[in-house]
Design a protein around this ligand. Sequence first.
Ligand SMILES: [Zn+2]
Length: 711
Amino acid sequence: MRARNADASGEDLLRVVISMKKSLLPLIVLSVACGGSKPAPAPTPAPPPGEPKPQEPGPVAVAPDPAPTPAPMPPRAPGDVEFLNKCRGQLESAKQQLPSILDVKDKRTVANTLEPFNELSRYLSNGGNMAGLAHEVNPDAKIRDAARTCEREISTFISELLLDKRVYDALEAVDVSKEDADTKRFVMTTLRDYKRAGVALADKQRARIKEIDDAMTELSQQHKKNIAEDTRFIDVTDPKRLDGMPADWIAAHKPDKGVIKISTDYPDYVPFVTYANDDELKKQLYIAFRSRGDAHNEEVLQKLLVLRAEKAKMLGFKDWADYQADDKMLKPGKAATAFIERVTGLAKKRAAKDYAELLAQLKKADPKATSVGDWQKAYLENQIKKEAYAVDSTEVRNYFPFEQTLAGLLAITSQIYDIQYKPVTNAEVWHPSVKVYDVMRGDAKLGRIYLDLHPRADKYKHAAQFDMITGVSGKQLPEGALICNFPDPKDGPALMDHGDVVTMFHEFGHLMHTVIGGNHHWIAQSGTAVERDFVEAPSQMFEEWGWSYETLAKFAKHYKTGEVIPKALVDKMRKANTFGRGTQTVQQMFYAAIALQFHQADPAKLDQLALVKKLQAKYTPFAYVPGTKFHTSFGHLVDYSSMYYTYMWSLVIAKDMLTPFEKTGLLDTKVTYRYRDKILAPGGSKPAADLVADYLGRKYDFKAFEKYLAE
Ligand SMILES: [Zn+2]
């Protein structure tokens, strides 16, 4: 989630889609790749999924021999077999560790028990990461299928492993009282995760848990697939109805046989609801967008909720929300409810004021208007920002051509973390447009990053960071991938909305966490393996580097004239960004409440749509729009389940972590190095609350967040 940026901001969906790619190894191997703040509203059209993509002219080939062919189906024949073999190879290597753990006859030690368990986790993590990324981005449908197959197999094995009492007993038998703090913590969290998985239950119940886990994996995949494959279109025959859209967007949407197709993919959807003057078309597209998945996903969710409730009860929790909160910073589920109410209380008055301003704006065009529709928010916010705050987001874009922006981001992270990026030309990539860099400090290689930043058919539609290799010291360096949908420089200057820029910084916050935090002995403590409700804090904090004049002036230059972005414009953008903070915050709490209450309700009695309508009325000033079923494309219900509130919780911490920079600016290496060493580098080797206290020199609090809400 993001403290919203100016452009495209009104569209709260954006803030929803912030997805976090989490691993399918939720327990032992937290190979999280976390997600973006929002989808990328790029003006470049994404070809509709399922259609062959035309050959890309002159791709920036990073690898001389790109693994997958970039374009039309049919894919390279044996690619899927090769992929499956490789992925299964990791799973097999993991399984081969089991006998060494179980067959120990002597006294159990770190060396004879914990080490092979760490190896086992490493192989599982590698296979899981490989599959998790491929099924979201590989251009070859067969490889994507193979990746899903492998992911299921790995998931099944993990589920069995976590229910294997012999392994639990082996781990528990190791005396770690004289070991270092990391080792003690590793054993403590691993045993806890085992208990959370149900290892302490009787045989029959364990078998049932296994069935539930398998079914949940299947349902989760189905849910995602139903959304990903449900791209919808509206047809426009009169080009005049595109009035308001930026020229480059219109140029990229030429009529075909007299029909202009506008899709529900973000590069179409976001600019359209933000800029198009035609209210009726915006509403049509909004309804299409918020109906995705409606043919099947209520049923899928229903089944999933039933299974989750059953599992939580078997493990001794009141409901799934309590079960989920149990290993987080904020617990139990009741504390999450209180947090949602606290934030809503802080934001409500401001939301009412924002709403009144939106309505006043609407009345300028339609004096009879009595309420603002949900589909009108992004457009009206943009209008207000243009008029009242004199920020024209189409003007702002001129300062953010893609290549220059990326170069600026790399230069800044280089400076503040003392790292260098070395282009890699011989890495194996899944698409020729993927750029690869080694992250260096002097001669030492810290890890590797992959940047897959532009839309294409059948690719993950949002913005997220994926772990590719979770780092283990002495064994493997960390590797992460950014998967985004920014404008593609092959189509022109590729001007980015400022929202895209902030997204890029956000995702990079995760990437730096993965790389800088990726040097640990125990894989379960590597990189972003922190509590799930802390994982967004570093990325949310890093958004500020995409907002500050101090940092923007280093790279935001007009793509035609080279003029540095004027300070007055940045000031206005920042001021405009505060507009809508109230409505956006309550909207976030609306989503958080959906996620939480879906998992607190008795699934047998839950009427999903009715609850969504009720919560919408309770939290937001915008009325439910008939025909929509927001929850059927709310992917977080699967990935984050009850814990959508964690984005806001992380934001509270993120705002607090920014406070040391108030005096020094964002480029002071005394503070950035301390942040790097106290927050990023430790990964998950300590509880997040301790990391924050180490860095701040005090316990976290709400003060900075309250100030931000009042801004
Ligand atoms: Zn994120």
